[in-house]
Design a protein around this ligand. Structure first.
Ligand code: ARG
Length: 251
């Protein structure tokens, strides 16, 4: 091959590689981890599509920065490790921003305020969090609900019953296997509304702190964080966040 020919071929090759690379970068959706057993934030509909408040908020925010999203049902246990391995770009799973988590991942600006809420059966005498001290309490493993209950009962107390998902803990409450469940307010309220006949009661305790949900990314992924934060600000400014909020939570 003559030098000139080589140059042409090499040039064409480079152009092709560059073109396909940028195509991938622009079109490849964000791989989003979510534990889709957490209505109304993330759940699977009859068609097995992942739907919910988090899905709509992240998708709308990402779109403002020209990004698409692909939600992938991912078990809560180990969900954050998928950022480190690069299997997922974002965790959007009603994740509370905590100081401890901030050490191993970065969070977007908060997009939702939540609190723990206690659920008990219709005949329960529990009226405040401290009443759970010698009760069997169901939580989802590794959630902020789990942490709060550990503080009252002690980390290794066998009365803390840990479940893979929050609905499983709540079902165990219906079955009488636990005396109470402590979990995020939005999910507890949603579950009770969908299981009205069981007449579960809720107890809001003044000692529970406010929690804020954020989208988690791999530690140091500043470029993506910036895009997500710009997007969150934009959907708050143009009313689309309010519209999504109203759809799921009313006024
Ligand atoms: N907000 C709580 C936490 O961050 C519970 C989140 C659980 N989310 C879920 N999709 N299961 O610990």
């Amino acid at each position: 091959m003559k030098l000139r020919q080589f140059g042409l071929v090499a040039g064409a090759f480079c152009a092709a590689v560059l073109a396909s690379n940028s195509a991938i970068a622009a079109d490849k959706p964000l791989q989003v981890a979510t534990d889709a057993a957490y209505a109304p934030f993330e759940s699977q509909n009859e068609k097995k599509e992942i739907v919910g408040f988090d899905v709509e908020v992240l998708t709308a925010a990402a779109a403002k920065s020209g990004l698409k999203t692909k939600f992938i049902n991912t078990p809560w246990e180990g969900i954050f490790a998928t950022l480190g391995t690069g299997d997922r770009d974002v965790v959007a799973s009603a994740v509370t921003i905590t100081d401890e988590r901030k050490q191993s991942m970065d969070f977007s600006d908060p997009y939702f305020e939540a609190k723990q809420l206690i659920a008990v059966g219709p005949k329960s005498k529990v009226v405040k969090f401290a009443d759970l001290k010698d009760k069997k309490v169901g939580v989802q493993t590794g959630t902020t609900g789990d942490e709060v209950v550990q503080k009252l009962l002690g980390k290794t107390n066998p009365n803390i019953k840990r479940f893979e998902s929050t609905p499983l803990a709540l079902k165990e409450l219906l079955n009488g296997g636990v005396d109470a469940v402590v979990a995020d307010n939005g999910v507890v309220v949603n579950f009770i509304a969908n299981n009205k006949n069981d007449k579960l009661k809720t107890i809001d305790d003044a000692t529970f702190a406010k929690e804020y949900y954020g989208f988690a990314v791999k530690k140091g992924n500043k470029a993506l964080l910036e895009k997500l934060n710009k997007g969150i600000a934009a959907i708050k400014a143009d009313g689309s966040y309010a519209k999504i909020y109203k759809k799921y939570f009313g006024n």
